[in-house]
Design a protein around this ligand. Sequence first.
Ligand SMILES: [Fe+2]
Length: 242
Amino acid sequence: MALFSKRKKQHHPVIPLLKDMHSHLLPGIDDGAQTVEESLDMVRAFQAQGYTKIITTPHVHSQRYLNSTNDIMHARDILLEAMEKENISFPVEIAAEYYADEHLLTLLEKNDVLSFGDNYLLCEFSFLMPPVGTDIIVKEIKNAGYIPVLAHPERYEYLNGNVSIYERLREEEFLFQANLPSIYGLYGPGPKITFEMLAKKGWVDFLGSDAHDAATVDLLNEITATGVVQNIIRHGIRNHNL
Ligand SMILES: [Fe+2]
């Protein structure tokens, strides 16, 4: 036996995610599933990946998808009815992904928002220009009793992975939800690099699929098994408490 035998490399078992908290699978109300058949395909895909629960989050955006809570609940009823018909038993909870603008502030004032888990509120910024007044938005979200969760911080390419801006958002007490497809390069190299930076900083609180179709869902376990994602999960991820 060699005197200096190599220490055996430790292989950790892959930890699955099991709970997703960001997707667009309600039929016909945003840029996700357009028909109830597509919605069912997505639900079946989550089941096939071994997920035990999903929280789906249609867009609420005053310029593009002006979905009221009633619209969202109506779409949910259509999905649940179709699932029952197809004998699909699977927990689908409903929240929303709010575009962070004045419309969100109005909804907060009326206490007309759909949160998830422990009063988490998912919101997103513009993909085109840097956000203004994030401090005000955070304050209003917190005043209304919710915890702000910023969707896919790695995808706002105008931030160019600028650490100090993310630092400021953390100081403002945004939690971050990174998209699993980012680390897979599905949105290009920028979001992948920023995802890695956020992971290194320990700034990923939630992981989400942001799936708009079943094909993305089919990739989830493969993406979850990658080293970067496994590290995030091992260091603690809030998905598990949902
Ligand atoms: Fe989304």
